[in-house]
Design a protein around this ligand. Sequence first.
Ligand code: D41
Length: 782
Amino acid sequence: MASHDPAARIADLRRRLDDANHRYYVLDDPTIADAEYDALLRELESLEAAHPELCVADSPTQRVGNAPSAAFAEVRHALPMLSLGNAFSDEEVADFVRRIEQTLDVEAPAFSVEPKLDGLAISLRYEDGRFVQGATRGDGATGEDVTANLRTVKAIPLALRGRDWPKVLEVRGEVYMPLAAFKAYNARALADGAKVLANPRNGAAGSLRQLDPRITAQRPLAFYAYGVGAVEGAELPPTHSATLARLRDWGFPVSAESRVVRGVDGLLGYYRDIGARRDALAFDIDGVVYKLDDYAGQREMGFVSRAPRWAIAHKFPAQEQATVLEGIDIQIGRTGAATPVARLRPVHVAGVVVTNATLHNADQIARLDVRVGDTVIVRRAGDVIPEIVRVVPEHRPAGAAPWAMPAQCPVCGSEIVREEGEAAWRCSGELSCPAQRKEAIRHFASRRAMDIEGLGDRYIEDLCDLGYVASVADLYRLTVDDLVDMKRRADERDGTTPETVKAGKVATKWADNLIEAIDRSRATTLERFLFALGIQHVGEATAKALAAWFGDLETIRRLPWPLFKRVPDVGGEVARAIGHFLDQPGNQQVIDDLLARGLVVTDAHAPSPKLRGGLDLATLLVDLEIPKVTRIRAEQLAAAFPSAAALLDAPQHNFVTAGLPAESAQALASWLEVDANAALLAAAGDAMTRLLALTPASVSTATGPLDGQTAVLTGTLATMTRDEAKARLEALGAKVSGSVSKKTAFVVAGEAAGSKLDKATELGVPVWDEAQLVAFLAANGA
Ligand code: D41
């Protein structure tokens, strides 16, 4: 609504800025983005500069902040808290320095420089070394007494350290919320269904304005000192930088990033250096502050209204912008989690075009009451994904409806469900959902999993969409021809000029490289492989523990879920998730296919001796989570029954004879009546016996005729499965590998043996046929 009448435009700007100020400072409930506020204020400043006759004392340009809210007592600052002018460009910084150089007749004066924290300015009063009063900045002359709240901020000293402090000392600084603390606080709030903080600044401001200091105490606030107010009864050093050092000695945190630099080049160099490192800092900053270091120079420069002419804030581009929410997409993750993603009208935020923002989950959307069509404030801070901070309700289009999670997965059409007690909604399609399949492959190929170099998102998309790959096992069947073919079809589909055709020749180097990378990934460690499977709740640490504890894939893939609880840090939920994964025939098929296509775990070993400790019937009964069967009851049962099988055969009254109270005996009997439970107990009992037989205490480290030799199986055997042949060779001490090298001792070639046989012939590795293998195994008793 640009008006050609400057007086009308000025009035309009003042009203809007006053409004925004009131909401921001008094109500703590801002509705316009920082960038918009800055833009309005600057427009007003320039209009007033062009029309000095229209400038009045109560203009938003003539004051900073607003009246304190009624809840806290007023505090008059002994010395006013100054405001700080802003520079947004190198030219404005050069002007600032030039003014100082001309006024003081100096060249390239020294400046004390530091980051400008995005928190809340406060003043702390110390008398005889004790903290007596803390106040917000307020309008600079009068603030709010938040002493009780500030006492809870651990970074603020209650008594000064060191010696020679003044009788009265006012310290000025910024209270802020470190980013890690902010993220942790919000993660917690999200999980608890509590209100999340819009940004760290609101976190700090909101916390200090709590009427109950106990709430403030729970907020992870921090503090940096950046200056002094009234000082009585002692002399301060002659420079700002030396004063900061003195404050540090007295026990105040001072920014570790503060420096002394000279002249405009020094200032701009600092600005760029901090700007480049901004995302790595532990706190949000919105710019840097330059202060003439020498106090005598400061006094000579003086003030304009309440802003010193010897200091200025050089701001970074704004981190918040308003834009329109054009839609909400549903993204399906590896485990089916359905995450809403905001599709935004593209907007520049801090130098980057933002088109998407995270909405966390359905609860968060409800809490923000975001609707498609809304004008929203988008924030981009550090390396975090842009997020929607709030809605501007005034701009909501008529008829905008509240958002609801769709009933069906937009990718596969399966039902989207929410499990009890969970925040996340999930697509129930599992691996029949192409989105989940792609995510599973992406995870499988990722660096920390199978580390298939070069298998990026685009190839995964095309491989899946064009039908070359349906499961991770299919990756190991791909040929160079498949890849070239896929690329050609993808190019045709997209109408793009085929990159694969250069100078009339089909380029295949990339495909060679990718096939080679897939090949290389075949030999892997057990922990990588377990992690790569993408089992819910099985991250790297759990995968590593499972590998260390059980040692071998064949053991793990046949374990009933309660046995997984023997691994430290694996609880019922994780154990069940692993069990659920392994119970799916499709998943076992994928593991079979992977092994058949040459995947080898290179570090298989016997189970950890520590495992024996927990392999007894009592522990198993506890791990089964049978109602009313506590540790004590489980021990009584284990004393009365020699095995799980014996317990399964016993009539119910025997549980009472074993010493169980009627209630527990009844609960156990009912539990056992469910066929699946009885089967689980039987299977777990068997698995336990197998594990006990495998743990090193009972198995001498195999010394066999094939110790230290590596064998490779290829082709189909008629008299035994590949797994069986592998196990029998291993029983004789051999390592069975999936690929032939010079170090291979021999290759067993069955029916229709392929490239491994060729390779063996080429390298001169001995080749056995099935009859030789059978004879050898028989001769050695395997
Ligand atoms: O980090 C800050 N937000 C910061 C604010 C800082 N590092 N230094 C500051 N220095 C001053 C003067 C030069 C006036 C002592 C400030 C502020 N003022 C300030 N903060 C809010 C209003 C003014």
